[in-house]
Design a protein around this ligand. Sequence first.
Ligand code: GDP
Length: 411
Amino acid sequence: MERETLKFVIVGHVDHGKSTLIGRLLYDTGSLPDEKIEEIRKFCEALGKDIEFGYVMDHLEEERDQGITIDTAQIFFNSAKRDYVIIDAPGHVEFVKNMITGASLAEAAILIVDAEEGVREQTKRHAYILGMLGLSQVIAVINKMDLVGHRKERFDEVKRDLLKFLDGIHISPGQVIPISAKNGENVAKGSDSMGWYTGPTVLQALDLLRPKPGAADHPMRFVVQDVYNFSKRIVVGRVESGVVSAGDPLLILPSREKTTVKSIEEFLRTPASAEAGKAVGITTAEKVFVDRGNVLVPPGPPHPSVTNTIRANIFWMDRRPSGPGEVFRFRCATQEAACRIETIHAIRDSSSLETISRDGGEIRNREVADVTLKTEKDVVIEDFNLTEALGRFVLARQDTCAGGIITGFSA
Ligand code: GDP
C-alpha cells in the first residue's frame, strides 16, 4: 500500500523557534544525512556553540538559493505512521500567495509561540490567515519552555491567552504542547523536566491529524491550460478533482457547449482515464470551441457557477493600497479577467482584527477585506471546499497584490 502523506506549515512570530523546530523534527526522525549533521555540528563548534538546529534550515536554504527561484521549499521527514512534507515559505505573504495560488497547499498547521514572550502580533496575524484559508487542523506549541524553568504556571498563562484569541477566530487547536525545540523536549521524545504534561509530543500530535478527504472523491473538474492543434486537436489541462474517462459526456464552461471525451492523451500513451492531480490531454468527439481558462465538467449537477459577481475575503499584500475604481487582473486557476472591487463590505486589520472604518474605501497592506468583485467577463468558480482551485484567486497589478477566498457568488 502507498504510504500516506500529510502536508503542513509551521507559522508563528519571528524568532519564536520555527526553524529550530523544523531542524529538530528532521534530526529526531533521522531524516538528515550524517554528513549534513556533521557539517552543521562543525559550523556550530567553530562559532563556539552547541549544535543549533536553526542552522539546519539555513543550510537547506543555501541549497535552495542555488536553485531556481521558488517561493516555497518542501522539507520531508517521516514518522512510523506516515510521510510528512513541511511547506516552508520565507514569509507570510509568500505563504498566503502559495496557498491561494495553489502552489502548495497545506492540510494542517503548527502555530508556535515563545513561552517567554507569549502571543505577539505575528502570532495573531498568522493564526488569522490560517482561519481565512480554511486550515482548521492546528497544533499549538508553546516553545522555549527551558527559558521559563519548565513551569506549568507560565505554560497555562500563555495557553489561556492563545486559546482566548483563537476562539475569537473559530480555531480550536487539537493540542497545545509545551516544548523546547532546542533541547528536543516533547518534540519526538517526552521531557523529564515537564512531568506535569501528559499529552502527546509534537510528532504524536501530527500522527493524530487527518489528511484531507481526497480530491478524487469530488465531481470531475478539468481546467484547460492550452489547446494544441497537431494531427488531432488536444485540449491540455489538469484534472483538479474526480476522474475523467474516455467516453464521458462533458459540459464546457462558461460556453455550456456539450461534447464527449474521445480519448485521454499522455506522452506516448492513451490511458482509459485520468484522476485528480493528473495533467493530461483530452481529445473531443465533436469539434467544439475550447480555450485556456475553460473548465470541463460532467453535464449533471453540482455545477460550478458561471458569474461575473463574486463575494470574497481578500488579503492585501502590497504596499500600495487599492485605488478607487482601479482595474485588476483576476486570476483563478488558468482563468484571467479584468476586474474591479465593486463594494467593500468590511475591512479588518489582520493582527488586531479590529474593524477599520475609513473614508474613500481603500484597502491597505496586510488588511483583510470582505468585498464584492465584478469581473469584465464571466468566470467559472466554485466553493473552495469542493474544488480548491476554483475557490481561490489572486488579484494582480504587475505582481500579485491580493489573494482571496471566494465566500459567495451570484449565478
Ligand atoms: P524562527 O525565526 O521562528 O525561525 O526562530 P529560530 O528557530 O531561528 O529561533 C530563534 C532563536 O530562538 C534562536 O536563537 C534559537 O536558538 C532560539 N530557540 C529556539 N527554540 C528554542 C528553545 O526551545 N529554547 C531556547 N532556549 N532557545 C530556543
